[in-house]
Ligand binder design. Structure first.
Ligand code: BTN
Length: 314
């Protein structure tokens, strides 16, 4: 109902009377009034006059009812510590797959390798719960699919040439636009859930915390609707994940967008830091690093710093 009310209000420049709305929606005027109050309480600028209602602006807000067909699976918060913690609880409590947790701000946003992910208002911060039929060593293929989905979508929808730094940072001209984090749970050999947490700089200015980062608004010179971005991503990504063969060729599909291959890199893990040339990524998503002595080392997990591109490091 809230979505339909917003649709009517958005489609009209004039004031819509309670009577018109109740006739169109097939509910009483009191019911319309109650929904309008809830929308106002949620932050929508709806003007109530004796003649009726008018939406006076379009707030950049994520709310479950803004996602047609997904409402029951969207958990949208204002401020949380981290969407990862909430999504983990939901996944453990058997929430359906493609449940999504969003936050306008995170006070303890988590980055890879224990780093902080600064999460000011204006960015897109969310975690999506997946339940793929996969053996656990292949769980990271899901994050390759997510990274590629963003790269394709940003190119198609906005003409932005985003590159993927192994394993899954999105870079534009060497600057970090987005980072991804995944958490996996398994029973026996098989995955029970993989939660992918994504932070995308959209209308925020990330440079105060991360001088080498960039946002979509800075690239395009205008603000974007985060709801449209998230919906676009979820539509594409869910279709990919629902395809029984969607991950069969994902590494081959990911490689054309990769900016790491054949680069001199430093790989940092929780235990060590090693250097070499990033020669390839194998079918499980592991990086094949050519060491100075010519041997190939298979890296399953770590953070990658491009040596030739100081701006892109990190
Ligand atoms: C990285 O590049 O280090 C990964 C950053 C991942 C950040 C996202 S924001 C949504 C989700 N919640 C978190 O606390 N972290 C991830």
């Amino acid at each position: 109902m809230k979505r339909r009310i917003l649709q009517y209000l958005r489609a009209s420049d004039d004031i819509l009377s309670g009577e018109q709305m109740s006739a169109r929606l097939g509910v009483s005027r009191v019911a319309v009034w109650k929904h309008i109050r809830r929308l106002q309480d949620a932050g929508y600028p709806i003007e109530s006059t004796p003649k009726g209602y008018r939406l006076t602006g379009r707030p950049d807000m994520l709310q479950p009812w803004e996602f047609d067909g997904r409402e029951g699976r969207m958990h949208c918060y204002g401020e949380v510590e981290s969407t990862m913690a909430i999504a983990r609880e939901l996944a453990r409590e058997s929430c359906p797959e493609f449940t999504v947790v969003t936050a306008e701000r995170q006070t303890k946003g988590r980055g890879r390798l224990g780093r902080v992910w600064h999460s000011q208002r204006g960015g897109l911060y969310f975690t999506i719960v997946l339940r793929p039929t996969l053996p656990s060593p292949l769980s990271s293929l899901t994050t390759f699919a997510a990274g590629r989905t963003w790269a394709v979508m940003l190119r198609d929808a906005y003409g932005i040439e985003a590159g993927l730094k192994w394993p899954n940072d999105l870079l534009v001209d060497g600057r970090k636009l987005s980072g991804m984090l995944s958490e996996m749970d398994a029973r026996g050999e098989m995955v029970t859930f993989v939660n992918i947490g994504i932070g995308l700089n959209v209308n925020n200015d990330p440079t105060a915390d991360e001088p080498t980062a960039v946002s979509l608004a800075q690239i395009l010179g205008r603000k974007l609707d985060r709801r449209d971005l998230l919906e676009g991503f979820l539509e594409r990504f869910e279709a990919k994940m629902r395809d029984p063969h969607g991950l069969d060729r994902i590494i081959a599909e990911w490689k054309p967008y990769a900016v790491t291959l054949n680069q001199a890199v430093r790989i940092v893990t929780t235990r060590e830091s090693i250097e070499g040339i990033a020669r390839d990524v194998d079918e499980t998503g592991a990086l094949l690093l050519e060491r100075p002595d010519g041997t190939l080392q298979r890296i399953i997990h770590g953070d990658c710093f491009h040596q030739a591109d100081a701006v892109g490091a990190g």
